[in-house]
Design a protein. Structure first.
Length: 272
């Protein structure tokens, strides 16, 4: 079958199930299987392409189907069991880079695929030690694959609940976190593609979505050096509440910072 014929057929199938950018997704899937360029598709690769297309037509996220997602210029392995990194989280990396004090290490909580800590390791080669922590062994398996693929071996990856696996006397210059912050009502309203496929553990939180934000702030205030920063991703409607949580936890300077669409996305808090 000719490549252009397969492209048009698959684009129409994707659009028929409500995927508005079906043509672009079909093109990405074809390039994933075949590489770029025109020509005829052999039977084996057409079969492989149709297998992937069927998964996408069934609602599986494109990043899972392609087993990868781009984040901050890095190609990351993702799949069932790990949250897909979003473009808005790249803003957290921007803000964290600007606030890293240049001494002591960096700790990334709820690290998932390792997106934040690996991006920071790539951008801040002098920062050590660096560690990512996650409660999910499935997510950490992807983080370890990404660390090896990127050659960022100085990043430690540890299973555990927030700071629990870190000795109590260790302090950091920067703590980052992308905790679950989707409230119960918001979770029920999520697109099926998210709710049916991505891990609930990485999305859902009680207390209007702020339960983990509160725990992160309270624990980070005990684990930062004076002048150190916490950068925590939050929901677009959580800025005021998250800032209040950080002040209650003892942070002296607190800012709410926007994403690319100018929505509240990160609470930045400095320890006095």
């Amino acid at each position: 079958m000719r490549r252009d014929e397969l492209l048009n057929e698959s684009a129409q199938a994707l659009q028929a199930v409500g995927i508005a950018n079906g043509l672009q997704e079909a093109r990405w899937l074809l390039e994933h299987v075949l590489g770029k360029g025109p020509g005829t598709v052999d039977a084996a690769r057409e079969t492989r392409f149709r297998e992937l297309l069927s998964r996408r037509l069934a609602g599986e996220p494109l990043q899972y189907v392609m087993a990868s997602a781009e984040f901050y210029g890095l190609e990351l392995a993702v799949g069932p069991g790990v949250l897909i990194p979003r473009p808005e989280t790249e803003r957290l990396v921007d803000f964290a880079k600007a606030r890293y004090p240049g001494h002591h290490g960096i700790c990334d909580l709820c690290t998932g695929s390792g997106a934040i800590v690996l991006a920071l390791a790539h951008e801040l080669p002098a920062a050590e030690p660096m560690v990512g922590i996650d409660l999910s062994p499935e997510a950490l398996a992807y983080a370890r694959r990404n660390r090896e693929a990127l050659g960022l071996y100085r990043v430690g990856l540890i299973e555990g609940d927030l700071f629990a696996p870190i000795p109590a006397d260790i302090r950091f210059g920067l703590v980052t976190a992308n905790p679950p912050y989707v409230s119960p009502d918001e979770y029920d309203a999520l697109p099926d593609e998210v709710r049916a496929w991505e891990p609930r553990l990485a999305l859902y939180a009680d207390d209007r979505g702020l339960a983990l934000v509160r725990r992160v702030a309270e624990q980070a205030s005990q684990r930062l050096v004076p002048g150190g920063w916490l950068l925590c991703e939050i929901g677009a409607e959580q800025g005021e509440a998250a800032a209040a949580i950080c002040r209650e936890a003892g942070f002296a300077q607190v800012e709410v910072l926007p994403d690319y669409c100018q929505r509240d996305r990160v609470v930045a808090a400095q320890l006095g």
